[in-house]
Design a protein around this ligand. Structure first.
Ligand code: BGC
Length: 736
């Protein structure tokens, strides 16, 4: 009877076991044929630039799973041929590349893409990038970078979607969708890579590769949600970060890679190290040698080694010594093969020739639209912009005609000569005479020798358009600055242009926020671009001449002084929020110790930024009504609907981005003064009113507690629908 029962249960269990996914079956089959060395070979990613006999031999022997950086389609196909036809099991390679904000047609840097507040244009840009890159054989890009970045000194803020958790999630997901589509096996789909996991943006003093200390509560509330959103969006791969986090380098972190990524989030994609980050665990002081590093990375569930040679040189011994189990190796190889199957590489390993793959007119048009929407109007005194009744413009400044700088950091394959610069774009306009004189040769140029000529050009024109900012080389990886003011003699140039008395329009092209309040003060109007790509010039010409209306908004806080950094809108209130501000020059001599202030601000900078997160003007103006809630009480299993009327009270039809913020007034852990929970970019015709509608649920109000559980606490909340993170009058609601 007992036996009958046991067999009965076993039969029942078998009947209930879902049939295995066909991809998993194929993986099982392949895995069963692989030697340990072949498995370890899959875990090895090498720099594949060029085609050496040695590299071919390694591919043939099954010692390489992926190559990065080769973009010549003939070379890609030849290497693939060696893998597929000459290696024992014929497992195809995956070719990877950093396609970060475009492949050939370059889009705004990710910080600029975030400034569009338009996930659709971001997705469209990623789609273009994927179409161009896959034509060169690239099926895996190391993007999006969804590191929340709150320190403008950090050069890699350029590659991020800015300071906000929610925006990083939304833009990250849009980018992933654009690359991957909903069919990874499509020949134009490219596997995305959510990076850098995790906390890289919190590097101390904004210095690249630096240590981070992130309490788990903050990690879960601020840094992890964008990565969780990437998992939910089906992001095919993840990349470890270079930094150590609370003392453990990410590449060796069981907590991040096993507990959170694999166990909590059940992620079945591929996790790759960053370039050499396995080896870097030695100088971190976490591993004694490469063998130790390989052991720690493998046991932290890192699947693929990018350019440390740690796995290929040591894993076999580590398995034989029992320090890494074969099960661990199998798991990693499963994740790698799964990606290759999902990409359809076993069926279609080769890249077909595509006619005219790059810079198609529709790609350039999308890039131009992205550049337009990424441009932020910070100031427009007396409605200087758009220009009207202007017959001549002086086009001056070191960035007015430099293709390589406007395309920004991280565009290995972008061709500067394909950029259309502002000067070229203005020269194409009819009825506007362009008087061009850069004044400075490049942004760091300290020589003032050319300034006189720029001033002379300014005097001859109706309006001065001055293009300043940072060269591309000043932002991006390892390009951190302790002083984030305008480099070189640009400030002097602006001063002398101002002295001409001509209307002065500043166009800033930079990779990060800059502390340039003084220069902005001198200008009549300021347009800001985070390096906006191939089509930055035509976008600016359209905006300046009024063919397009600015709609970009800041995805980062613009500080007044570098000492305010890190500065972000969703800070805590403190026990002494800023009030009664007395600035340094107003302090009476010999003032008593507590005669001023005693609240949270800087004596020299006050408490406000130069411009807040979410800020951006238009040529028209918008009037926000009070948000109306469907109910002032939200139940734990319910939701409320928020509507708000936004009226275009100016003369131009334009986009406006309405932003939804909330605040938990009293909680068991202090909560930020505002948190972005949604936004809507709407087109509103002059004189018309749009109604924006948001839904807020308890999950939107949840935060991580001391026991690491994330849920919303009952109590009173504030809610804003506003034009930026500082405007609006809050309405109250209660979570029951
Ligand atoms: C960067 C990564 C990049 C990798 C491969 C590293 O230096 O940190 O973001 O994907 O190189 O080029």
């Amino acid at each position: 009877m007992k036996h009958v029962c046991i067999w009965g249960i076993a039969a029942l269990m078998l009947a209930c076991t879902p049939t295995k996914d066909p991809v998993e079956q194929k993986i099982d089959e392949l895995l069963s044929q692989m030697t340990l060395q072949e498995k370890i070979g899959q875990m090895n990613q090498l720099n594949g630039m060029g085609m050496s006999d040695d590299l071919k031999a390694q591919i043939r022997e099954g010692r390489v799973g992926s190559l990065l950086n080769e973009v010549n389609v003939d070379v890609v196909n030849e290497m693939q041929r060696v893998a597929v036809e000459e290696s024992r099991l014929g497992i195809p390679l995956i070719f990877a590349r950093d396609v970060i904000h475009g492949f050939k047609t370059i889009f705004p840097i990710p910080l600029g893409q975030a400034a569009t507040w338009n996930p659709e244009i971001v997705e469209a840009g990623a789609r273009v990038a994927a179409k161009e890159a896959t034509a060169s054989g690239i099926r895996w890009t190391f993007s999006p970078m969804i590191d929340v970045s709150r320190d403008a000194r950090w050069g890699r803020i350029a590659e991020s979607y800015g300071e906000d958790t929610y925006i990083n999630a939304v833009m990250g997901v849009a980018t992933i969708k654009g690359y991957q589509t909903d069919n990874l096996a499509d020949s134009t789909a490219m596997a995305a890579c959510a990076k850098h996991f995790c906390g890289y943006g919190a590097s101390e003093s904004g210095k690249d590769y630096n240590t981070t200390w992130i309490p788990e509560v903050q990690l879960r509330d601020v840094y992890l949600p964008s990565f969780k959103a990437a998992v939910d969006a089906g992001c095919a791969t993840f990349m470890c970060s270079f930094n150590d986090i609370n003392g453990v380098p990410s590449t060796g972190s069981k907590f991040l890679n096993k507990r959170i990524l694999r166990e909590e989030w059940q992620y079945d994609g591929l996790l790759v190290t960053d370039w050499g980050s396995m080896q870097q665990m030695i100088p971190h002081g976490y591993c004694s040698d490469m063998k130790d590093a390989a052991e720690k990375a493998a046991n932290a569930a890192v699947d693929m080694d990018m350019m440390s040679y740690g796995y290929i040189d040591h894993l076999e011994d580590l398995v034989k010594e029992g320090k890494v189990s074969e099960k661990t190796i199998d798991e990693a190889v499963r994740n790698i093969l799964r990606l290759k199957f999902r990409l359809g590489l076993f069926e279609n390993p080769y890249t077909a020739k595509v006619e005219n793959p790059y810079y198609r007119p529709e790609y350039l048009e999308t890039a131009k639209q992205a550049a337009i929407e990424s441009t932020i109007l910070l100031k427009n005194d007396n409605n200087v912009l758009p220009l009207s009744n202007v017959t001549s413009v002086a086009v001056v400044g070191p960035l007015s005609n430099v293709g390589v700088d406007q395309i920004g950091t991280w565009c290995f394959d972008g061709e500067p000569e394909k950029s259309v610069t502002p000067m070229q774009a203005f020269q194409q306009l009819e009825n506007v005479k362009v008087i061009a004189e850069p004044g400075l040769q490049y942004s760091r140029d300290k020589s003032q020798a050319g300034i006189n000529k720029a001033v002379a050009a300014a005097k001859k024109a109706d309006v001065v358009l001055c293009f300043v900012g940072e060269e591309a080389i000043l932002s991006g990886e390892a390009k951190c600055r302790a002083d984030i003011s305008l480099p070189g003699a640009q400030s002097q140039l602006i001063k002398e242009l101002k002295a001409t008395g001509k209307p002065l329009v500043l166009v800033v092209m930079a990779g990060r926020p800059l502390t340039m309040g003084a220069e902005i003060n001198m200008a009549d109007a300021v347009l800001w671009q985070f390096h906006a790509g191939t089509m930055a010039g035509p976008a600016l010409a359209d905006l300046i001449m009024g063919k397009a209306v600015p709609s970009g908004k800041l995805p980062v806080t613009m500080p007044k002084m570098v000492g305010q950094v890190p500065m972000y809108y969703s800070h805590k209130n403190t026990g002494r929020p800023a009030s009664n501000i007395t600035l340094i020059d107003d302090i009476p001599v010999a003032a008593g110790q507590f005669s001023i202030g005693s609240t949270s601000y800087h004596l020299d900078a006050g408490d406000k930024p130069l411009y807040p997160f979410g800020y951006g003007l238009s040529y028209t103006s918008f009037e926000y009504g009070q948000p109306v809630l469907s109910d002032s009480v939200m139940k734990q299993d319910g939701q409320i609907t928020v509507t708000c009327q936004v009226k275009n009270i100016g003369k131009y039809d334009a986009y406006e981005t309405a932003q939804l913020y909330t605040r938990d007034l009293v909680a068991s852990l202090c909560q930020p003064v505002r948190q972005l929970k949604g936004f809507q970019k709407v087109w509103i015709k002059a004189g018309e009113t749009a109604t924006v509608t948001f839904t807020v649920k308890p999950a939107d109000l949840a935060f991580c507690h001391e026991d690491m559980a994330t849920y919303a606490e009952p109590g009173e909340f504030h809610l804003w629908v506003s034009a930026d993170s500082q405007q609006g009058i809050p309405v109250k609601f209660v979570l029951k």
